[in-house]
Design a protein around this ligand. Structure first.
Ligand code: SF4
Length: 420
């Protein structure tokens, strides 16, 4: 896959409001009164206005041209129509959206009001991602979702009638009560919809979700005892891979990333930019940015507050960390390997130097010998087994060259001085 240019920006906008909290959710989202929506959008617009001065102060490039926008969360479709319109109008004042920009909004099925749909279309939204997770009503319900299968099918029809045909459905393998038969049924319904993009996630069990905490504590609330085993979840993922990519009527999605499948030309351009290391600006609660400094070869990562009160009252500055060329090279491996197109070793050598890339190639050779990576036509990719063990594979590329002295930011202080 050719690398698009780095001189355009992606903007991610976090909308942390939900109507109910799903049991498996580990995002900084919650159920807040609608009265907070206006204050939140006011703060977002203020952040947009300040972003150029902030980037200049930090000494990083913030392109004005924007070619992808992603409203995630949370449930952005819960924002009142006039707030959606205000947000996009402000974005267009601060940035130049390209005529063909991909503009995605995450929506919860059964929670897209008619007036909201009109506001989305009029604001230029051309892609919608639906958090379906399961087409089996009892699984969706026991996970805290508020929709059923009929509502999802009806929303797909409404979105298509409104002219939004670039659609994604998220499914999760590993929901409480899921069986191989019910997972197969969810996949069959997904394929029946003719959806051009699907994201298949494996349930994450961690301290950040109610279900995860319950499972780690060995309890039974939230149907924790009905969550399939790790082995079963891995097999469900493999089934999804087989079903979605099989040739034949209704299928023929192609996998382009560990969790993502699309019809030709309909991969998510915004999500691709994370793995292709293209710059993005995150606005709102718990939002990450990655911006480049063309003068120093360093990159800046930053993350905003994850507490709504702190965000609204503007009491916390974003956390920032500089990425040295060594760190960026590490990232190039573990982000690049996520994609089916893999890592182009020659391109990395041209970008980071042969000396830096050589030890990583030795790691890649060892992992290829173990059957986790494959090398063809100069590209290094995960094998199907490598995809299942991807976290272990990525770990091998971390701290390859732990030159901590390079991680300090003296370059930035001098770059900053020269700009002020
Ligand atoms: S709708 Fe999404 S963000 Fe909201 S609680 Fe459910 S999983 Fe979390």
């Amino acid at each position: 896959m050719p690398q698009p240019p780095h001189n355009a920006l992606g903007v991610y906008i976090s909308i942390p409001f939900c109507r109910s909290k799903c049991t498996y959710c580990n995002f900084a989202s919650g159920v807040y009164p609608a009265s907070e929506h206006t204050r939140y959008v006011d703060r977002l617009i203020e952040d947009m206005r300040r972003s150029h001065a902030w980037a200049a102060q930090m000494g990083v490039d913030l392109p004005r041209t924007v070619d992808t926008v992603y409203l995630g969360g949370g449930t952005p479709s819960l924002l009142e129509p006039h707030l959606i319109e205000r947000l996009f109008a402000a974005l267009r004042v601060e940035f130049n959206l390209t005529a063909d920009a991909e503009v995605t909004v995450e929506c919860a099925p059964a929670q897209i009001a008619d007036a909201t749909l009109v506001a989305l279309v009029e604001s230029g939204v051309n892609r919608v991602s639906l958090g379906v997770q399961s087409f089996i009503d009892r699984e969706a319900h026991s996970s805290g979702r508020l929709h059923n299968r009929a509502a999802v099918l009806s929303d797909l029809e409404r979105l298509r009638s409104a002219g939004i045909t670039n659609l994604n459905i998220d499914l999760i393998a590993g929901l409480a009560g899921q069986t191989f038969a019910s997972w197969d049924e969810s996949l069959a319904v997904l394929l029946d919809t003719g959806i051009p993009h699907a994201s298949i996630y494996m349930l994450e069990v961690d301290e950040d979700s109610r279900l995860g905490r319950e499972m780690l504590a060995g309890g039974a609330r939230y149907h924790a005892e009905l969550v399939p085993s790790d082995d079963a979840i891995a097999r469900m993922y493999e089934t999804a891979l087989d079903r979605l990519t099989a040739s034949g009527p209704g299928a023929s999605l192609a996998q382009y990333e560990i969790s993502n499948f699309s019809r030709p030309g309909l991969a998510s351009l915004h999500n691709l930019r994370y793995w292709q290391r293209r710059p993005y600006l995150g606005l709102g609660l718990d939002a990450s940015s990655m911006l480049l400094d063309s003068e120093s070869a360093y990159a800046l990562r930053s993350k905003t507050a994850d507490d709504l009160k702190a965000y609204l009252e503007d009491t916390e500055s974003p956390e920032t960390a500089w990425l040295s060329p060594d760190r960026r090279h590490e990232e190039a491996w573990f982000l690049g390997l996520r994609m089916n197109s893999g890592v182009d070793a020659a391109a990395l050598a041209a970008e980071f130097g042969r000396t830096r890339v050589a030890p990583a190639l030795e790691v890649a050779n060892r992992l290829a010998h173990d059957g986790l990576l494959v090398k063809d036509e100069g590209h290094i990719r995960l094998t199907p087994r490598g995809r299942l063990l991807s976290n272990d594979v990525f770990q091998e590329f971390l701290s390859l060259e732990a030159d901590e002295s390079e991680a300090r930011p003296p370059v930035f202080e001098s770059a900053l001085e020269s700009r002020n």
